[in-house]
Design a protein around this ligand. Structure first.
Ligand code: OFO
Length: 170
């Protein structure tokens, strides 16, 4: 049976992950609206990955005999100034998520909850990858100046991203 404080913290993280999924779905709709289908695809895949992050915590809580609480998901923004602005906000959000994960790691250590600590290592690695991906796209957008032919080249690149369900990765 999982510790109650740990359970509450994981339930809050499920909500953070669900919000991430919501935020990126909203960004996907924004990119569709401004005619950047590749960017929209990238964000849609990101949305699905965030749902997987939430569900990984959800299944873990159930497995540990915990009780899942699905808190209300906040409304994300629906408008950004430019593709660069959207990706800067994405990176900012991911840094916030990294901090949340690090706090969970600290709690698991304090509670001597080795199983949760082990689970969290997957999220620690995932955050490194997510921040690096965002930084790479931000750099590309800075180089091409956020418009014109360069932007369409990035759009073609981002159109190639495909979704791999989490269960198949492990
Ligand atoms: Fe974007 O990694 Fe989960 O939230």
């Amino acid at each position: 049976m999982i510790d109650k404080e740990m359970e509450e913290a994981i339930n809050k993280q499920i909500n953070e992950e669900m919000y991430s999924a919501y935020l990126y779905l909203s960004m996907s709709a924004y990119f569709e609206r401004i005619g950047l289908k590749g960017f929209a695809n990238w964000m849609y895949v990101q949305h699905k990955e965030e749902m997987d992050h939430a569900m990984k915590f959800y299944r873990y809580l159930i497995e540990r005999g915990g009780s899942v609480r699905l808190y209300a998901i906040a409304e994300p923004p629906h408008e950004w100034d430019s593709p660069l602005h959207a990706f800067e906000e994405t990176l900012k959000h991911e840094k916030h998520i990294t901090e949340c994960i690090n706090n969970l790691v600290d709690l698991a250590e304090r509670k001597k909850d080795r199983a949760t600590f082990n689970l969290l290592q997957w999220y620690v690695d995932e955050q490194v990858e997510e921040e690096a991906n965002d930084e790479e796209i931000i750099q590309m957008l800075i180089i091409v100046g956020d418009k014109g032919n360069g932007l369409f080249m990035i759009d073609r690149e981002l159109a190639k991203r495909t979704y791999t369900p989490l269960a198949q990765e492990e």
